[in-house]
Design a protein around this ligand. Structure first.
Ligand SMILES: Cc1ncc(COP(=O)(O)O)c(C=O)c1O
Ligand SMILES: N[C@@H](CCOP(=O)(O)O)C(=O)O
Length: 426
């Protein structure tokens, strides 16, 4: 499988090269040249397949011969060693919990998959690769955990100072070894911009790649969630509507890929906090990125989502087609808190602020006789003060979080791109 740059000014590359580069030389993100739907028979009989078999079917065409099938199966098995349950909430609404991995957010799957692909590509190389990653909260922890101790890989995580939760900060600043955290005086979009600038800076002699969803090996495995949800709901014979709490729009874009592969998904809702670049675009037809605003669903504080260009490509760059299949609604922190309370009062469900935004997306949409699934993208413990004060109750702290809370934060403070460049050149 070849990948082309969405800026259309760079050569096509293989899966391996796209993973190692992260971003194309023209600063565009990569997109697969072909998307071949899976057989109708496979989709119809999906309940007969295990999660690992489904994941293999979904992703193998995007990898081609760059990883032998037996190794790809091992990578998938190691990646998917936890659950993805759907919890019923209301008669026609359920939540797909994606926080049962090691860092308790949905990023674990992509981070673990990419770490193993890169480990495979580096197996005989002496030269090391530096994985640069920008985080608004969860990617950093998942990448730190997924790449910890991976041979030949150094990880550098940029995060916005004071704008991630305490648990998230501990997860990305306390591991040591091959993981370094850079605390940036800025917002997530500044971190993401610095990462993209570093890729094209010829003076930096390190081999750099990205572990954000711009990297296809981080992005594509997120398709699996939609297949797993479809498998779980298949026998109920309902049309499915997914509401995806969205920030950088990688997860929902992976859902649309799953739909292109043949999953009969009726509609997608991108639910956002007040960072409403995409909902404004759907309304006004003008794509106007803006500086991100801090909210209680901080991992979605993104003003210029990297993946929206992939969504446009998937819908033939046609606004009318996008609007037919895809809606986006934006919600304030006050609305998010009311949703968290309502989920607890009515269903005894403790949602984190991101999941609650996803729930609001469904409540804003006329499901008719469809079944709505909102993605619960992180465990509520990652946002402990907000969840406890909103629900006026204490929540239990899982063992894996207790273990990191007493660890000492280690981060280098930088104020601009020159700070990152200096760090990378030292
Ligand atoms: C908990 C949580 N929910 C939602 C999102 C938004 O996902 P995406 O950036 O793929 O839109 C993120 C960050 O990516 C997150 O960490
Ligand atoms: N919400 C993310 C921001 C980056 O998204 P990604 O999927 O492109 O890595 C985070 O939590 O860091």
């Amino acid at each position: 499988m070849n990948y082309y740059s969405l800026h259309h000014n760079a050569p096509k590359v293989s899966f391996q090269e796209a993973v190692i580069r992260g971003l194309a030389p023209d600063r565009g993100i990569y997109f697969p040249e072909n998307i071949t739907p899976l057989s109708e028979d496979f989709i119809e009989n999906i309940s007969d397949y295990s999660h690992e078999e489904i994941a293999f079917e979904a992703i193998q065409q995007f990898i081609g011969d760059d990883i032998p099938k037996s190794i790809l199966k091992e990578i998938i098995a190691e990646t998917l060693s936890f659950d993805f349950p759907i919890v019923p909430i209301e008669e026609n609404i359920g939540t797909l919990e994606l926080f049962h991995g090691p860092t308790m957010a949905f990023k674990d799957v992509g981070a673990r998959f990419m770490a193993r692909c890169l480990g495979y590509f580096n197996r005989d190389k002496d030269e090391s690769v530096t994985v640069l990653v920008a985080t608004s909260g969860d990617t950093g922890g998942a990448v730190a955990n997924g790449f910890l101790g991976v041979k030949g890989v150094d990880v550098v995580i940029l995060y916005p100072s004071g704008k991630v939760s305490e648990v998230q900060e501990k997860q990305l600043t306390t591991l040591g070894q091959n993981i370094t955290a850079l605390e940036v005086d800025g917002v997530f979009d500044d971190c993401q911009e610095m990462v993209k600038t570093a890729f094209l800076d010829a003076e930096i002699e390190r081999t750099l790649t990205s572990a954000n969803s711009i990297n296809i090996a981080r992005w594509l495995p997120q398709m699996f969630y939609f297949f797993f949800a479809y498998k779980a709901m298949h026998k109920k014979n309902k049309n499915l509507v997914f509401s995806v709490p969205s920030g950088n729009f990688g997860n929902i874009c992976a859902g649309i890929m799953a739909q292109k592969l043949g999953l009969p998904i009726q509609h997608f809702i991108a639910a956002t906090n007040v960072n409403d670049t995409v909902s404004n675009y759907l309304e006004a037809g003008v794509y106007a990125p803006k500086k991100s605003i801090a909210t209680i669903s901080n991992a979605m504080d993104v003003g210029n989502p990297s993946n929206f260009i992939r969504i446009q490509e998937l819908y033939d760059n046609d606004l009318a087609t996008i609007k037919k299949h895809f809606s986006s609604y934006s919600f304030s922190d006050a609305e998010t808190k009311i949703a968290m309370k309502s989920l607890y009062d009515k269903a005894k469900y403790i949602a984190d602020p991101h999941g609650a935004v996803g729930y609001l997306g469904l409540k804003n949409y006329d499901l008719k006789d469809a079944y709505g699934i909102f993605l619960e993208t992180a465990h509520p413990v990652k946002f402990l003060p907000t969840v406890e004060s909103t629900l006026s109750r204490k929540i239990a702290i899982p063992e894996q979080i207790q273990q990191i809370m007493h660890k000492e934060k280690k981060a280098h403070f930088i104020t601009d791109y020159e700070g990152l460049k200096k760090f990378l050149m030292e």
